[in-house]
Design a protein around this ligand. Structure first.
Ligand SMILES: Cc1cc2nc3c(=O)[nH]c(=O)nc-3n(C[C@H](O)[C@H](O)[C@H](O)COP(=O)(O)OP(=O)(O)OC[C@H]3O[C@@H](n4cnc5c(N)ncnc54)[C@H](O)[C@@H]3O)c2cc1C
Length: 307
């Protein structure tokens, strides 16, 4: 993921497929679901997406309105999802939908595997975003979309808990993404300034610029050190929801500060598409929003501190 980010085309979203969506099938899928879908997921013949967000429901997932009615061997889905990454190219979507008859919203949500081409499942046109142009992001429409009940991931009503379980990894990935973007543009900016200075016959970078670069290098180092510890803990299976939320908020805000400062240091060149920072500046913006906004992250940390 770090290497892909360093190409400055992170929006290709292979990590969404490999490290966010496929793990749902791997962790919660039945033997039959795994046999049917995982080989194609591994070969790349099946591209996946996960659909939680709706036009009026983002942070407060429990209030989603996409309805799932289970009728014997079938489930009928109705509702609209939006801002779904890989939404246009996907072959398989993990869809979160609710049984409205269940009063407790946290026990009403289930996850369903819906294949592209299923009658009643339509994809909208890709949304035109400020950044991440190489990532397709779409609305998905479900109108009396009938799928087999055996396409449910795990038991009925366990969807909310499953989403929360998988969000630790998703948030860690977004923190890694943002930190790598910061590291990439900082390295690029240092190189650019050194070359520009040399072209202008200057021996030293002015001290004010040196200090700005040093402050950014320190922040990147701090962010990476924190992340390396979290990656090790996560791989050991530790419950680090609060720490991951800290990294998601702090590292993504740090990356946005660095994108802003690097663009500034490049002067007018920073405004040109020829300058890689222009793209990173746009692309890094979303990292404070998706996978749970940074305000939601602070709410999680507040709870962990007993506030
Ligand atoms: C490029 C992109 C790709 C995405 N990909 C996917 C995807 O693949 N699948 C998917 O399901 N979703 C996806 N999303 C949606 C994303 O997860 C949501 O944007 C996110 O959860 C925030 O929801 P919202 O945009 O509706 O904001 P809202 O929830 O409407 O929040 C608006 C503002 O209010 C603040 N706010 C809300 N509630 C609180 C609170 N309790 N306390 C303090 N502040 C609060 C937020 O922090 C934010 O600043 C994507 C979004 C983008 C932009």
């Amino acid at each position: 993921m770090e290497e892909l980010t360093r190409t400055n085309h992170y929006g290709l979203d292979t990590f969404l497929h490999s490290d966010i969506v496929v793990p749902y099938i791997d962790s919660f899928g039945s033997v039959e679901q795994k046999k049917k879908y995982l080989p194609g997921c591994v070969s790349g013949d099946i591209i996946t997406a996960v659909a939680m967000t709706e036009p009026d429901v983002g942070s407060d997932l429990a209030s989603m309105t996409t309805v799932a009615v289970e009728e014997g061997d079938d489930v009928i889905l109705n509702g609209t999802k939006t801002f779904i990454s890989n939404g246009f190219n996907c072959d398989l979507v993990v869809v979160a939908a609710k049984d409205m008859a269940v009063e407790n919203p946290y026990q009403a949500i289930s996850l369903y595997l819906v294949e592209a081409g299923t009658p009643g499942f339509k994809k909208g046109e890709p949304l035109h975003k400020l950044g991440v142009h190489s990532q397709d992001t779409n609305e998905l429409f479900f109108t009396n979309c009938r799928i087999p009940t055996k396409n449910r991931l795990g038991n009925k009503g366990t969807g909310f808990a499953k989403l929360m379980e998988k969000l630790q990894q998703e948030r860690l990935l977004v923190a890694i993404l943002a930190t790598t973007m910061a590291e990439f543009i900082l390295e690029w900016t240092i190189d650019h300034i050194q070359k520009k200075n040399a072209n202008n016959g200057l021996k030293h970078i002015p001290q004010a610029i040196q200090f700005a670069l040093i402050e950014m290098a320190t922040e990147v180092k701090l962010g990476k050190t924190f992340l390396e510890k979290l990656i090790a803990d996560h791989m050991e299976g530790k419950h680090i929801v609060a720490e991951t939320s800290m990294a998601k908020y702090w590292n993504t805000e740090m990356a946005n500060r660095i994108a802003n400062c690097c663009l500034n240091l490049c002067g007018e060149f920073g405004m040109l598409e020829a300058c890689p920072i222009a793209r990173t500046f746009r692309d890094v913006r979303v990292t404070t929003i998706f996978a749970g906004t940074n305000e939601i992250m602070k709410g999680i940390v507040a709870k962990s501190l007993g506030l």
